[in-house]
Write a new protein. Structure first.
Ligand code: PMP
Length: 416
């Protein structure tokens, strides 16, 4: 699985030697252990631009009031910001209607919501997931009584679509797969995954946690049935996420949690429920967070997601090229990563060095990478690894960051 590659950046890619928008991210100019921070843990969470943090402070200082509840000025202003945010999300992912945009706490809650509501609508059945799913696309289905069928992965890190086609049975309730793997960085062929599922009459859930920050996603073109992503991975605040669902499918699901805002009328004998999307949004939403997410999405749109994608793709290619030159380096699925035009994370191990040791020593050099199983234990078993080191990129990263990482790894190698 570790083909040695030496790939120059695609010729047409403009390189942003200084990264994009670095000056907007104050945290990037701090030091750790007296060294300049090199932040390469963006798949876990991205740093936040000034614009996002200032929007939150501004709303708390100037427009804070609970949404949807008050007739007073501030409440209407906060409600407007919250509902405008819903429309910004709709536009960003190109959904048909704001009724299809449900605010959640993140990708994890979005998938839990779906699994729970689908189970309440009809108990049991099977859900097809892939061998490279994050735990948040495995455990919610198990908790809600679904049996998992797994799309196998080849040694090159590709999903085996022939095997996938054989997994459907009359019991199949959904297919749920990541668009981009948070470990391997590969972009899965979701167009084919969706069309095969639809040919069996089965709806598809796409985990967009690792795709939405790096590439254009378009609900109408993709034709998935549900799609989830997290604000904090796309320069927005923590605690906010989105579940998109086709209106006619959401309409058939029972509510998720009970409480304020999700009801139409309540009595001790009988309760009726609100319209979409509020039916799935019990309680006070994180309206400061949703507004700040919209500011983050506007920030991304202002630069252009295609520009960001090309820059990050250049970084991914450059990282594979630089890291493959290091003695004992094992990069996971580099060929598929390159072929899938990914701007995703790069996972690796160095022969003879434990991933945790490597991560800890890189940290002392000011380099933040992720180590461990990345919440994808079944994938680790498939790779025969206990864990990996993962470097993941954002718009503000530079080729120089990757040079620092490569030099850091070489330094650690000399110590062992
Ligand atoms: N799916 C994938 C592919 C992820 O990378 C992550 C975050 N690591 C999640 C789901 C869960 O996202 P969150 O923790 O923001 O809910």
């Amino acid at each position: 699985m570790n083909a040695k590659v030496n790939t120059p950046a695609p010729a047409s890619v403009p390189t942003f030697a200084d990264g994009i928008g670095r000056a907007d991210f104050p945290i990037l100019s701090r030091t750790v252990y007296g060294r300049p921070l090199v932040y390469l843990d963006n798949a876990a969470t991205t740093q936040k631009p000034r614009q996002v943090v200032e929007a939150m402070v501004d709303e708390y200082y100037n427009a804070n009031a609970n949404v949807h509840r008050g007739v007073h000025y501030l409440s209407r202003q906060a409600t407007d910001l919250h509902e405008q945010a819903r429309d910004t999300v709709r536009q960003f992912i190109h959904a048909r209607s704001t009724t299809e945009i449900i605010f959640t706490r993140g990708t994890t809650e979005a998938i839990n919501l779906l699994a729970s509501c689908m189970a309440r609508r009809k108990q049991g059945g099977e859900v097809i997931v892939s061998a490279m799913e994050h735990h948040s696309n495995i455990v919610p289905w198990q908790l809600n009584g679904f049996k998992l069928k797994v799309i196998p992965m080849t040694d090159e890190g590709e999903l085996d679509l022939d095997a996938y086609d054989t997994l459907f049975t009359p019991e199949t309730r959904a297919v749920s797969v990541a668009q981009v793997s948070n470990v391997l960085g590969v972009v899965n062929p979701i167009d084919r995954i969706i069309s095969i599922a639809h040919s069996h009459g089965v709806p598809v859930v796409i985990d967009g946690a690792q795709s939405t920050p790096h590439m254009a996603v378009d609900m109408i073109e993709m034709d998935c049935d549900y799609f989830a992503f997290s604000s904090h991975k796309i320069y927005g605040p923590t605690g906010v996420g989105v579940l998109y669902g086709k209106e006619q499918l959401l309409d058939q699901l029972p509510p998720y949690q009970g409480g304020g805002e999700m009801i139409r009328n309540v009595s001790f004998d009988h309760t009726t429920f609100n319209d979409l999307p509020y039916r799935f949004e019990a309680g006070t939403p994180d309206y400061i967070g949703t507004h700040a997410l919209a500011v983050a999405l506007d920030y991304v749109s202002g630069i252009g997601i295609e520009t960001i994608h090309r820059h990050e793709q250049d970084l991914t290619h450059y990282a594979i090229e630089r890291l493959s030159q290091i003695q004992g380096m094992h990069i996971y699925a580099p060929d598929t990563l390159l072929a899938s035009a990914s701007a995703g994370p790069v996972s690796f191990n160095i022969r003879g060095i434990h991933h945790l040791d490597l991560g800890t020593l890189l940290d002392r050099l000011g380099i933040a990478v992720r180590t461990g199983h990345h919440c994808a234990e079944p994938l680790m078993h498939r790779l025969g690894a206990e864990g990996t080191v993962r470097a993941s990129f954002a718009l503000y990263n530079t080729r120089a960051d990757i040079d620092t990482l490569a030099a850091g790894i070489e330094r650690v190698c000399h110590m062992f």
